[in-house]
Ligand binder design. Structure first.
Ligand SMILES: CC(C)(COP(=O)(O)OP(=O)(O)OC[C@H]1O[C@@H](n2cnc3c(N)ncnc32)[C@H](O)[C@@H]1OP(=O)(O)O)[C@@H](O)C(=O)NCCC(=O)NCCS
Length: 171
């Protein structure tokens, strides 16, 4: 950052500090389309970032939520995601009660592996452990529990095989 930029930033921040509530509301309105756009493109990691393995993830992940509390998440190349997808390794021990349930989180055993060329439609949730096979497609809004065979289209709650990607019967 140049000295000029730093000065501009300092001036802007002092303006913000002295701005009235109504000035801030106007600013928020002006910024909201940019914030919304950023939000739609911003992936989020809940847990240890080093458990995330993005193999040449050249395609934007959008606002994917990656929970690495109870496992590693691997995404191979050429995968893409609709908006509001979630890959969740984390869980709690439901046999415990109260605060203990909140704090009893397994550290491992619920890895999620998304293989090459997978497309998850918008609003898909994957619960670990799960392997999503090569080129599989998961329909918008589906809940994946367990593995998905390669080249298969899955849909529903929980997601079931709908057909193969060549259009043939999945079974
Ligand atoms: C998966 C998808 C591509 C399938 O498209 P399609 O081949 O035209 O789907 P069809 O209409 O032939 O559906 C096949 C079956 O799956 C069912 N199905 C399709 N999408 C479904 C969904 N989201 N949830 C539950 N069932 C679904 C259909 O009802 C149909 O069932 P039937 O054979 O009993 O009638 C499409 O449904 C989808 O989800 N696209 C993602 C959209 C999206 O997220 N866009 C954002 C950009 S990434």
């Amino acid at each position: 950052m140049t000295t000029d930029n730093r000065q501009q930033e300092t001036q802007f921040l002092s303006l913000l500090r002295t701005a009235s509530k109504s000035d801030l509301k106007v600013l928020a309105k002006l910024l909201s389309p940019y914030l919304a756009d950023t939000e739609l493109r911003q992936m989020k990691v809940w847990g240890d970032q080093s458990r995330l393995h993005l193999e040449r993830a050249t395609i934007p992940l959008n606002d994917l939520l990656l929970n690495t509390r109870s496992g590693h998440i691997t995404i191979e190349k050429d995968c893409f995601f609709g908006h509001r997808c979630m890959l969740l390794t984390g869980t709690h021990d439901y046999t415990k009660l109260g605060r203990e349930r909140l704090t009893t989180v397994p550290d491992s055993g619920r890895d999620i592996h998304i293989k090459e060329g997978v497309w998850l439609g918008s609003g898909v949730t994957v619960l670990g452990p799960a392997v999503i096979g090569e080129n599989a497609v998961v329909a918008a809004g589906s809940l994946v529990i367990g593995d998905v065979p390669p080249n298969t289209i899955m849909a529903g709650h929980p997601a079931k095989k709908v057909k193969k990607i060549d259009g043939s019967d999945a079974n």
